[in-house]
Design a protein around this ligand. Sequence first.
Ligand SMILES: [Ca+2]
Ligand SMILES: [Ca+2]
Ligand SMILES: [Ca+2]
Length: 231
Amino acid sequence: MKRIILLTSLLSASLLQASCDVGDTPAFGTGADTTPSTTSYVNSTSFFILASPQQLGAVVTTTDATSGLTTTTLTEKTSVITVRVGDRDNFFIGDSITVYFATDYGFLSDSYCVTTDGSCSITYTTGDLNARPGDDKAYITAYTQGEESFLDLNNNNALDDGESFTDTDTPFIDNDHNGTWTANVDIPVGAIPYQGYDGVFSGETCLDTTGRCASSTTTYIYDLLELNLSN
Ligand SMILES: [Ca+2]
Ligand SMILES: [Ca+2]
Ligand SMILES: [Ca+2]
């Protein structure tokens, strides 16, 4: 999985050295009038991608009854790819969050979309039959800037000493479809080169005194989606 729960501040030196100097300016909105969110920080647990349909039925393999020969065809199909964007309290964050996309196969109608009322969409279209992945699946990555989630035991909207947080690594195109970063196989996006887990907390408010506060309040957050090209 893409996340690791950190229960203590006992972090390796290598993790600490893998900083999250992501460079890009966060594309935060001001929050929509139509939602009760009180923050413009997208939370890593409230950011996800979905597809309609997720099973495309584009690749079909048939067997000739007489000869026994199999034939595989691909009929072009499309799917609406949608992201939902929320805050740490599970409220939608309204407008003007820019979400970026990448895929290992097929075509995307846009490289990014900008949210309205906590959501925005692009369209996926299947690609060439012979270029498709061997498992007849395509993976889509959606990513943006946001904050990492944490267990706010005293409900003060800040990471305090002793509270755990969920570290995130940096986004990538999952070429081998295993849901995690694979060196020399997957392709980093957003943060290049791939920067991994930095071991420190990026969030709107960090009051930790044990060295767990990142220098930046935001970091890349992402979600992966598997599309089934066959039935
Ligand atoms: Ca707290
Ligand atoms: Ca991988
Ligand atoms: Ca982090």
